[in-house]
Design a protein around this ligand. Structure first.
Ligand code: ADP
Ligand code: MG
Ligand code: MG
Ligand code: MG
Length: 418
């Protein structure tokens, strides 16, 4: 049941509310009546307002008691705003400068006021326009390495880790959305599924009939449900990243919970791979996006390699959690064995990442929530060709994840797949 003092803040209410907060009133500047308020939410779940005053601007996000994309028939707890705020606070400590600054939060209103990101745009839009982001690899790999390592048992004492898991355990309704929409529905008949029809009807039927794939997606689902390795962002696609040419900001961690690290890393890689496969569909003259396509696959390679390098570096030099007691790895022999074990750990994490990346791809082509990378390809034949290439790669990545030993195996297969 929703709290009695929750109400949806429409424009006039929001103006009064912000005018009642002295720090924010001063930050915005001028008379509240003169503030310009625009609703810009383009996501599936929440309201987002941009408020601009004489001196400055803010972004205001408010959760609705239902899924915005679907309506009141699909209720969703307001508490997701609390978990988003908690995750943003933690990410700001661990990866300073890579998330929007928090300015105000009201749990009862499920409302957060944050730094206005300007002139940043949603990265996915930039990728559709074939824009290259030279600072992206460094920023996103810092974000992932630091948020994942420092919230894991590799860095934390066991009690602190378990308290941290508990702090996010109530966000299960958001986890359930992922469990259903990513790990289940695309592989069965579900009302909300859709795809480019009739072009992909055959591939959709194959997914529903492919028991090898059903086993693989179910293993991934179990890992998602039962492996609280680290604090995940939980929705780390290119629509949750805002960029300028040189800056990267990660937004929208309302799906945050303690889960398997490969889910976040796989989300980033999958969305870059989808940008690559979609690219041909956006081409108006042959070869005009060639440089972008080279860049985006290089970026896939570098995101994994730099992430792994930074994560290992933190493990070697950072705080030591309770998982690998230093007292068990003493002397030269211990140091060597521990280093080999770190490499083995990264190889398992890579296999998870490959599988989760595949799951994130298939849901965007056959499930409820699609992405503009493909959706903005107007000609359905061209869209279907791009989508089918992505699906064929994803199928292989899911059922034979461990056969991809390095990220170059993934990008090599991406170039070749038809
Ligand atoms: P949802 O959870 O509904 O997906 P998001 O947090 O992704 O909501 O925000 C929806 C949209 O609002 C984003 O795609 C972006 O365009 C805009 N937005 C969100 N946060 C900010 C911000 N801090 N500054 C500027 N724009 C923002
Ligand atoms: Mg969003
Ligand atoms: Mg930078
Ligand atoms: Mg969201």
């Amino acid at each position: 049941a929703q709290a009695a003092d929750y109400r949806i803040l429409h424009e006039a209410d929001l103006r009064d509310y912000l005018a009642g907060l002295p720090d924010l009133k001063a930050l915005l500047g001028g008379e509240p009546a003169s503030w310009e308020i625009t609703e810009v939410g383009d996501g599936n779940l929440n309201l987002v307002f941009i408020v601009k005053g004489a001196k400055g601007g803010v972004a205001v996000k408010q959760a609705l008691p239902y899924v915005r994309l679907v309506g009141e028939s699909w209720p969703l707890p307001l508490s997701r705003a609390h978990y988003e705020y908690l995750a943003l606070s933690r990410q700001a400590q661990l990866a300073p400068g890579l998330v929007p600054a928090l300015l105000h939060h009201n749990d009862k209103l499920a409302l957060t006021v944050m730094e206005l990101l300007e002139p940043h745009i949603i990265m996915r839009k930039g990728l559709v326009a074939a824009t290259q982001y030279p600072g992206f690899v460094d920023d996103i790999t810092t974000f992932m390495a630091r948020t994942l390592f420092f919230t894991s048992d590799l860095a934390l004492p066991a009690a602190e880790k378990k308290e941290a898991i508990a702090a996010f355990a109530g966000n299960h309704a958001l986890c359930k959305i992922t469990e259903d929409l990513i790990f289940t529905d695309p592989y069965r008949i579900a009302e909300q599924n859709r795809w480019t029809a009739p072009h992909l009807d055959g591939l959709a039927a194959n997914l529903r009939d492919d028991m090898e794939l059903h086993v693989a997606i179910s293993r991934l689902k179990l890992k998602f449900m039962a492996s609280p390795e680290a604090l995940l962002h939980g929705d780390l696609h290119t629509g949750s990243i805002m960029v300028t040419e040189n800056q990267t900001r990660v937004i929208d961690p309302e799906f945050a919970f303690y889960g398997p690290m490969g889910f976040d890393v796989g989300a980033v890689l999958a969305n870059l791979l989808m940008a690559y496969f979609a690219s041909a569909g956006h081409e108006r003259t042959q070869g005009e996006r060639a440089a972008f396509e080279v860049w985006v696959l290089e970026t896939v390679d570098k995101v994994w390699n730099e992430f792994a390098r930074k994560f290992l570096d933190l493990w070697r030099t950072g705080p030591t959690g309770d998982a690998y007691p230093t007292s068990l790895f003493t002397g030269d022999k211990g140091a060597l064995r521990l280093e080999a074990e770190r490499q083995a750990y990264m190889q398992r994490l890579f296999t998870d990442t490959v599988g989760f990346a595949a799951a994130k791809t298939i849901r965007r082509i056959f499930g409820l929530a699609h992405n503009i990378d493909f959706e903005l390809i107007e000609d359905p034949w061209r869209r279907a060709i791009s989508e089918a290439r992505a699906v064929r790669l994803a199928r292989g990545m899911m059922v034979e994840a461990a056969a991809f030993r390095t990220i170059a195996d993934v990008t090599g297969a991406a170039r070749k797949v038809r």
